[in-house]
Ligand binder design. Sequence first.
Ligand SMILES: [Zn+2]
Length: 237
Amino acid sequence: MRIHVLRIVAFVLVCLAAVPCRAQDKVTILYDAFGESKKLTKDWGFSALVEHNGKRILFDTGNDAAKFEHNVKALGVDLTKLDFVVISHRHADHATGLRYVLSVNPNVTVYAPADGANGFGGAPIPNTYLRADESLPAKMRYFGGTEPEHLTSGKLYDTGNFVLVNQLTEVLPGIFLVRTVSQKKGTLELPELTLAIKGSNGLLLVNGCSHAGIEAILEAAGSKIVGRDRGHGVMAD
Ligand SMILES: [Zn+2]
């Protein structure tokens, strides 16, 4: 197993070294605990601005809205000019800076994994949660025993055009969101989105925590988008 993982990592590193991004494409790290930039405040969490063929995609938003704002301003990044935002998953170290994004760009489209009550978009609450028991008196049953027609989770944000993603989605031509679900202890059933950009030589993947495991993400992205288990480059927190 360990050897298998090392092989995949080696493969990814070789691809990263051998095939640079196209000239007009750029990835700017906005939030990380690593890096040499003196302008950025380091913190736990991740955010990157991905520029591809003139499209500007904000991937994740870091752990602290004030630090995220500082880093964005320090690098002179204009968040009012975005094609869309991706929140990879609900963990706070990837989602908290969204408050700042929506304060400067309140109507931007935000893709997030469909994830039940994650606060991103008012997902429906299944009626099975109500566990109707006819033998109980009405006052001991949800809603007095009369189920509402529609029941939805609340939203943590008043603005933002949230789009919940529950399957592989081609957002723009050649730009995909790959959904994986963690099978690992500690994050079991946690859904996560990976940004996948299709190029002539393969895929560029930008990922958050990789909770499902990098092998599962490579398999999901490679087999479904390019029809084979093949990567190009992977950027992950
Ligand atoms: Zn996470």
